[in-house]
Ligand binder design. Structure first.
Ligand code: NAD
Length: 398
């Protein structure tokens, strides 16, 4: 059994969200248990107490630890002996419930894995960051695309200067599922994502634009400086953007673009990033995540595959693989890589009492705050007709 090093046991997980009919909660649980380093032992799976208890059986969580609310879960788990209570809380609820649950969990002494965007508003994100700073909790934000082996490979290559100075970053996340007003037909995931009270100031840009922006920041390490954005609502009657572009100026003079769409016919989860450096360029797509193109003028284009044994695979890429090359790894495994790094930090925190907050492999609380700043500045810039606004938050990852 994987033992989490000196901790010598599995970490115990409590899930908020992930009830029957939901999407990402099940992915979190699958990712968390993939390396046999954690077990789901408790949950408040729904805002509805009866549905929460009914959902517990789907996860083999015993009725005694299937709670009617997240408040009850935190209170009752905290009262259990240290050797029994949960170690960390995963938050897989709609965005408006992230801040209250995360802050209370941190203040109750639990580690937290929270889905993106971090909170409903930037003010909530900053408040949460202060609570995390005052705690001994590890805080992971599931910008899960950072967990792909070839993303980690690219990041190491870029940070080592293999592409030279980075001058352009084009990131796009293109979907088509909100081409019609699915939200008016009772589709649950569409309903809260298009509702400002549950989604936040942005729709598409908050839901998937943040992933695209985060990926560029994670892979290049470039510090942002300013943003100009144009968000649009193309589907009549919808209160939040379903399409948008942003241009980003980075501190080193590089230019970035983020395009996000939920109204492009036939497009599924087409997250794609292209990065141009003075010595080379690369391109990666999450719908074909086990390949990456690296190009140099005058040379044949190189296709890097996800191959833990290849001489071209660097340490970061290798460490993110589980299977030999050619067996496709994808969404679950990448998600599990974010968990794996979080578990390393949780196990270390439990044995040493120390938490590294800045230089983490996993997206951390500061990345979460940056995501919220990106959303709020995009919305504000768009309202000002694309006017340039600052984009470097004081807490930004360096
Ligand atoms: P969903 O609507 O499918 O599921 C949300 C779940 O939260 C439901 O089970 C609902 O009952 C539960 N819930 C709501 N309020 C609750 C409360 N007060 N207490 C307990 N449970 C409560 O939504 P989803 O698509 O799974 O998205 C959930 C979150 O995950 C969102 O923040 C979303 O942005 C994020 N997400 C991230 C990714 C990713 O790739 N990282 C993908 C999808 C969604």
């Amino acid at each position: 059994m994987a033992t989490n090093g000196e901790l010598g046991r599995k970490l115990r997980m409590g899930l908020v969200g992930g009830g029957q009919g939901s999407f990402i909660g099940r992915v979190h649980v699958t990712a968390a248990v993939l390396d046999n380093r954690a077990a789901l032992v408790a949950g408040a799976f729904s805002s509805d107490a009866a549905r929460s208890k009914a959902s517990a059986a789907d996860y083999d969580v015993p009725p005694a630890r299937a709670y009617g609310s997240w408040q009850e879960m935190l209170e009752r788990e905290r009262a259990l002996p240290v050797g029994e209570r949960i170690d960390f809380v995963t938050i897989a609820t709609p965005n408006h419930m992230h801040h209250p649950v995360a802050k209370a969990a941190v203040q109750a002494g639990f580690h937290v894995v929270c889905d993106k965007p971090l909170t409903l508003t930037l003010a909530e994100a900053e408040d949460l960051a202060a609570a995390v700073a005052a705690s001994k909790s590890v805080f992971v934000v599931t910008h899960n695309y950072t967990g792909y082996p070839l993303v980690r490979q690219a990041r190491e290559m870029i940070l080592a200067g293999e592409l030279g100075e980075i001058q352009a970053v084009r990131a796009e996340y293109i979907q088509g599922w909100l081409r019609t007003r699915l939200e008016s037909e009772g589709q649950k995931q569409a309903a809260w994502r298009t509702d400002p009270a549950r989604s936040g100031a942005a729709g598409c840009f908050g839901d998937i634009g943040t992933h695209a922006y985060n990926l560029g920041r994670y892979m290049t390490g470039l510090m942002p400086e300013a943003i100009s954005a144009n968000l649009k609502i193309f589907v009549a009657g919808r209160p939040l953007d379903d399409y948008g572009h942003a241009v980003i100026r980075y501190e080193n003079g590089a230019l970035g673009t983020v395009t996000a769409s939920q109204i492009s016919h036939g497009r599924e989860n087409d997250l794609r990033i292209q990065i141009d450096g003075t010595l080379g360029s690369l391109e990666w797509r999450q719908e074909e995540p086990n390949k990456m193109l690296v190009r140099h003028n005058g040379k044949p284009h190189a296709v890097y595959t996800r191959d833990p044994n290849a001489p071209f695979t660097n340490e970061s890429g290798r460490a993110a693989c589980r299977l030999p090359s050619g067996h496709p790894e994808a969404f679950f495994e990448a998600f599990a890589n974010v968990y794996r790094a979080g578990f390393d930090a949780m196990a270390a925190a439990s044995t040493t009492g120390a938490v590294e907050r800045r230089d983490t492999i996993y997206p951390n609380i500061h990345d979460g705050v940056e995501g919220m700043y990106f959303i709020e500045q995009s919305v504000a810039s768009s309202r000002a007709n694309g006017g340039w606004l600052p984009l470097q938050h004081p807490l930004a990852r360096r």
